[in-house]
Write a protein that binds this ligand. Structure first.
Ligand code: ZN
Length: 710
């Protein structure tokens, strides 16, 4: 089985494609396929990677895997869990290894040669996935084990794995007839190409377009750190003595907050929100239309009403209706809050005599002014206390308190790029795994932040420890100068680290059920929950230290940050939900041909989108849902998981030891963090909380009307 883990705060995809492994190897192994050996339970040999080796390595890995599958499928013995399901778990090891490194390269070192490899390989990987799913003899064996799973003496985890494996095959069309299977394979290959092109177009528009600030007047309002990073970006492009705002979220958002030049805010905002939508070679609109049609056709072949039905069938939500119901429940109060926020901002603008009506390029700017006025908070006052490296130590410390983890830097292990660092994770002196940290932005790296699992935990053949990474896009500073981050970025660090902890805490037998391989609308729960440890006094007093004086963040400032927690939640919620609702409705449209521009406009009008806000991801730049199947009809996952998160956070708040309450932390470990997908998501949450989730905590967390806590 090829198991890809790729969890985003704002980047790309996660896919669980069917499996496979290796019988007798005759040809010498390409270095990318070799077992990971050496200390720490083995590690990826990034020092042996040559981009030219990827294609032959993957071809060879696929061939090896094919041979393994054939052996299982043609086994004359009666199908058993051991000779079929477990045997499948033990296949595709070389393909897993090369894919791990390939994923690092396509997401963080995606130069032109690598993009060509990606264009060539994605359809082949998709075709191979279909070949496995469509292997009738193999599926017959899987089904035979599945049919007798309750009476054949399997452990609960083995029964669960059998169920998951069977479902994975069936959901992808294992039971289709020959013509349908042929059509399915054609669709999947075409989709693979479209996904790759979509994300490469998005990257191209982020790299090709930028806004040059020519002189001091263009810098009006910008804080020094932003001027410095804009100067650095200009220098990288050979524009000496100028400043560059690049076309990425991390560059554009602070510019929109601080720039007092409304004309430049509008110019930048329009450029940024038109990524993939410029009627040029990198325009994504036609690609979206085709992807939606193909997904709808595929869903029909699989016996589902729409792609949204097919996707949610496998999630905690279960149906598109359940997801829509939650979103619309939150949408109405969020919209009402936006009206209040806009009124507050308009007052500020009027008092300034600005003579404007708040427009989308004004929202972040005036929101910051309201925040200062209402809560006396200035991001520039917070930032000197938020040093990336200290926060990293804070994440480590909190994980030590919760899970008993210790993190030790490891020198000398090969890395994909010199800025990447490696830490060994141990518990009570015993090896837990490795954590790779790749913090800086660079050309060829996806924007945003995400977690990636290089190797998942398992122990059914031998004890395999996890290898996980966190990736971000901080702007690198001169040696010796600290990287200062915003409060939001600090939260994101804790978020991604939560995914890493989910991978590291895993304690299961089979890799398919390991770590973050859980239902997609559940997977953001451990990560979002981990964000809650940043604002704890224990972390801030030890690790939010002023970069010049070393003083801890003053209590008064901490109090102000907490008080401002629900600030701008109308904007955050509406911006996000608009994208999530458009995603769901586009995938509920079935085989109706959609023009993304018209569809977006009509859908937003239908739900009464406030004119002052633009979707967080407009369709032509919505990589979550169009650069893969990862979050398609699933952008709702974040609010679904946040409902779980807010409810779980209240369990800690109500505990005697608060967020460091040992019994509650132990339950979190035992019921959620360590069990992977061995337990159904709803059941896991119920065990942790002692009841099903309710929406009330989410509403309270966002400051929307909700029943008081009991
Ligand atoms: Zn996440």
């Amino acid at each position: 089985m090829q198991r890809r883990t790729f969890l985003a705060a704002s980047a790309a995809a996660a896919a669980l494609t069917p499996t496979i492994s290796v019988a007798k190897m005759t040809a010498p192994l390409n270095p990318l396929l070799a077992p990971w050996t050496g200390s720490h339970g083995g590690y990826p040999a990034f020092d042996k990677v040559k981009v030219a080796d990827f294609e032959p390595a993957m071809e060879q890995a696929i061939a090896l895997n094919r041979a393994e599958i054939a052996k299982i499928a043609s086994n004359p013995a009666k199908p058993t869990f051991a000779n079929t399901i477990a045997a499948l778990e033990d296949t595709g090891r070389p393909l897993d290894r090369v894919s791990s490194i390939y994923n690092v390269y396509t997401s963080t070192l995606n130069d032109k040669p690598m993009q060509a490899v990606e264009q060539a390989m994605e359809p082949k990987l998709a075709a191979f996935g279909d070949e496995v799913v469509q292997n009738a003899a193999l599926f017959a064996r899987v089904k035979a084990v599945y049919d007798t799973r309750e009476s054949s003496g399997l452990t609960p985890e083995q029964q669960r794995l059998t169920w998951v494996t069977y479902r994975s095959f069936a959901r992808q069309g294992a039971a289709l007839d020959k013509d349908q299977k042929t059509r399915m394979a054609v669709i999947n290959q075409r989709l693979a190409t479209l996904y790759t092109t979509f994300s490469q177009n998005e990257l191209a528009d982020e790299e090709a377009w930028s806004m040059t600030l020519e002189n001091e007047a263009d810098l009006a309002g910008l804080p020094d750190w932003l001027k410095a990073s804009a100067a650095g970006a200009a220098k990288d492009k050979g524009l000496v003595g100028k400043w560059l705002i690049t076309n990425t979220r991390s560059s554009m958002e602070p510019f929109l907050v601080y720039s007092t030049r409304r004309d430049l805010r509008e110019k930048g905002f329009r450029m940024w929100t038109l990524r993939g939508d410029n009627d040029d070679a990198h325009d994504n609109n036609a690609i979206i239309t085709e992807i939606l049609l193909l997904r709808a056709e595929k869903a029909r072949l699989l016996g589902f009403k729409t792609h949204a039905h097919w996707i949610t069938d496998n999630q905690m939500a279960g149906t598109p209706d359940a997801a829509m119901d939650l979103m619309l429940k939150v949408w109405t109060p969020a919209k009402a809050r936006v009206a209040e926020e806009v009124a507050d901002m308009q007052k500020v603008a009027d008092a300034e005599g600005a003579g404007i009506q708040i427009a989308p390029w004004d929202y972040r700017h005036y929101a910051e002014k309201v925040r200062k006025a209402k809560y006396d908070i200035d991001e520039n006052e917070i930032k000197p206390y938020l040093q990336m490296e200290k926060l990293r130590e804070g994440m480590f410390w909190a994980a030590g308190q919760l899970y008993g983890f210790e993190f030790t830097p490891v020198q000398g292990l090969p890395v994909a790029q010199p800025d990447i660092r490696v830490f060994e994770v141990t518990r009570a002196g015993k090896r837990v795994g490795l954590w790779y940290f790749d913090p800086y932005a660079r050309a060829g790296k996806n924007s945003g932040a995400w977690m990636n699992a290089y190797r998942t935990q398992e122990r059914f053949r031998s004890d395999v420890t996890p290898v996980v990474s966190n990736n971000a896009n901080f702007v690198k500073t001169a040696p010796g100068e600290p990287v200062l981050v915003s409060w939001d970025d600090a939260s994101t660090m804790f978020h991604e680290f939560g995914h890493a902890l989910h991978g590291l805490n895993s304690n299961v037998s089979y890799p398919t059920l390991s770590g973050t391989h859980v239902a997609r609308d559940f997977v953001e729960f451990p990560s979002q929950l981990n964000e809650h440890w940043l604002p704890t006094k224990e972390v801030l007093s030890r690790f939010a230290l002023h970069y010049k004086t070393g003083a801890a963040m003053p209590d008064a400032l901490v109090a102000k940050i907490k008080k401002a927690h629900t600030f701008n939640k109308g904007f955050d919620t509406v911006e996000y939900l608009a994208s999530a609702i458009v995603d769901m409705k586009a995938h509920l449209a079935g085989e109706r041909k959609i023009d993304p521009r018209t569809f977006e406009k009509e859908t937003l009008a239908e739900i009464g989108m406030p004119p002052q806000i633009v979707m967080r991801h407009r369709m032509p730049q919505f990589g979550h849902i169009f650069s893969g199947d990862g979050y398609s009809a699933g952008y709702y996952d974040y609010i679904w998981a946040d409902t779980l998160t807010a409810d779980a956070a209240e369990a800690f708040e109500d505990a005697p030891g608060g967020f460091y309450d040992k019994p509650t932390a132990k339950r979190l470990h035992d019921d959620i963090m360590s069990v992977g997908n061995t337990i159904e998501a709803r059941e896991a949450f119920h065990r942790f909380r002692g009841r099903d989730v309710t929406i009330d905590a989410l509403m309270r967390d966002r400051g929307f009307p909700a029943p008081a806590r009991t």
